[in-house]
Each structure stands twice: as structure tokens, then as C-alpha cells.
Design a protein around this ligand. Sequence first.
Ligand code: KG4
Ligand code: ZN
Length: 341
Amino acid sequence: MILAIESTCDESGIALVSRDNATSTRFTIEFNVVSSQVAKHTPFGGVVPRIAAREHSKNFPILLDQLTSFLHSRGLQLNTIERIAYAHEPGLEPSLLIGANLARSMAYFLDLPLQPVNHVFAHLFSPLIHDNAGDISVFKGQFPLVGLVVSGAHTRLYVLRSVTDWEIIGDTRDDAAGEAFDKIARMLGFPYPGGPHIERVAHAGDPKKYPFPRGLIESGDYEFSFSGLKTSVRYMLRDLGFMTEGVTTQNTSLPDSLKADIAASAQRAIIDILVTKTLSAALEYNAKGVIIGGGVVANQAIIEQFRLAAEQMPEPLTIYVPDRQYATDNAAMIGVAALAL
Ligand code: KG4
Ligand code: ZN
């Protein structure tokens, strides 16, 4: 059993991932708790690192109590844990320190090995978890794979020749895709995090209404850019008289139909960029499958467009997608990545 800890941003998470024996590839998520601090950050329009660290310090003791109760309920002792995995980078420094110190202290007192795991890379393992179980050998025989992680802080494209032989082929030059969702949502008057609000109102909008720019879509490489899209939405709102000096002044009076059309058009622009770049990489690298992960993949329109585009590919292409529960930050994916690596 691996104990996994996640604390890179504003979610505190603890998970227990087990397998039948040391050589088994099948795993079970025995326990997975996530404590979100999102309400604490909403008034500030984004995550405040100092508040995040303070909330982690308050939340982890509660999660540890839940872990202890779980172990007791199963008649298990802490010594059933074989190692401790934790997300050690990248993230907000104050948040990372809380998780790292917890992991180090537990490893010290329980005399267990520590396994640091890269948080962004770990998102690629969340699609292996379905109904709280999975098999780390699912990717086997599928390499090379292309992996896309889209979160509030990252938009990163990987090529994996195996789980340990991989390279980053593209990153964002400015905003991350999640950041673009959050900033555009804010201009439309929605609270942080804005991604889910954009997805919700986009259902009633026309994705073709506003031809927002698709940054770097024809750049011929795998770099991403979303800041032009954000600026374009800002100028549009300004020109319509809803924004002065870069601040949305009347967003509450924005008509719902306008909000819906902007949300749908901006969402489509983000999806077009993500799908085009990722599937071009799949073609270039002869990938048999594409893994998509990260909080933004909680968005069903993204999954739909990936699946539709995959059907147009010359060769069959499997799209690996996380369940919504495991798309956003959690410790289970850290534990599964730790098992696989
Ligand atoms: O992976 P994650 O939980 O945290 C980071 O590692 O950043 O991702 C959070 C991001 C936020 O920007 C949030 O707005 C976005 O994921 N997000 C969404 C949706 N749900 C969360 N973006 C678009 N549509 C959604 N349904
Ligand atoms: Zn994340």
C-alpha cells in the first residue's frame, strides 16, 4: 500500500493505493480524500499562496484523522504502508512545503522510503483510474503515447516512449489553458475558478459567433499561447461598452446571451488549439494513443472534441481521459504515478 500526499496548489489530498502483491499491475484506490480550499480564494480571484499554506496546515490534520479512522475500520495498522509518495514539484512554494514536510515526517517516524512525484506528470496517470481501481499496464504496448496536461498553471505536451522515457515537446509561452478559462470567466463576472462556469453557460451559446484568435495554432511546433485570446475578449467587451480601463465595470449587466456566446466561442478557441496541437503531435510521433489530464479536462466539451477529432485520424487513436473526480488535483493520481514509475 502506498500513501500519497498532494498539496501543490489549493487542494489538500491524501490517498491510499494498494495492489495485491509487489508484482501485480492492478491497483485499488482504497482511500482518497481531497479538501478543497477554493472558497477561501474566491474573494481574491485566484489562489493566494500564503492562504493556501495556512489552509493546508488546517486541513491535513483533519484528513489524517479520516485516514486513521479508515485504517481502524479495516483493522489495518500504519505499518501496512510500504512507502510514502508526495507531489514535490511544481507548485506554490508555501503549499509544497506543507506536503513535503508532512511526507518527510511520516516517512521518518514510520521508517518508510519517500518517493517524490512530479505533479504535472502525475496528471497523466489519472485516466487509469475508473471505479476507484485500474491497471498500470494499460499503457503497455500502446507506446509511443502523446500526453497533454491542461490545468490552472500548466499546458504541457509530452511524448512518452515508456512511463520512464519521456520528453516535454511543448509548453505555454504565457497563460495556461485553465488560466485563460479563469480570466475570461472573470471578465464575464463569474467567480474563481471560472472554468466550470464557462462550460455551463457555453451550452446556451454559439461557439462560432466570435472568431477569437487561436494563438500559435499554425506555428508548426508544440508551443501554446492563450494570452491573445484573453486580450481579444477584453477588447470586445471594451468596444461593446462593458469595460473601461481593463476592468469589467458592468459585467452584471452583460446580457446572458452575450455571456453564453463569448463563453462558447472562447471555449471553442481553446479546444481548437489543444486538439490541433495534440493530434499533430500524435501524427508526427506515430502515437497509438493520447492521454489527456489536468483540471481543465473536467470539461466535457474538450473530451467530446478530442474524441471527434480522433475519429478523423488516418490510424485508430485511443483517447485516455480521467473521470471528472480524478481530473482535478488529487492524491490518488500521485499514488498511481508512484506505482507506475
Ligand atoms: O489541475 P487543477 O485542479 O489544478 C492545477 O494544477 O492547476 O486545475 C484547475 C483548473 C482551473 O483553472 C479551473 O478553472 C479549471 O482547471 N477547470 C475547468 C473546468 N473545471 C476545472 N476548466 C474548464 N472547464 C471545466 N469544467
Ligand atoms: Zn494539477
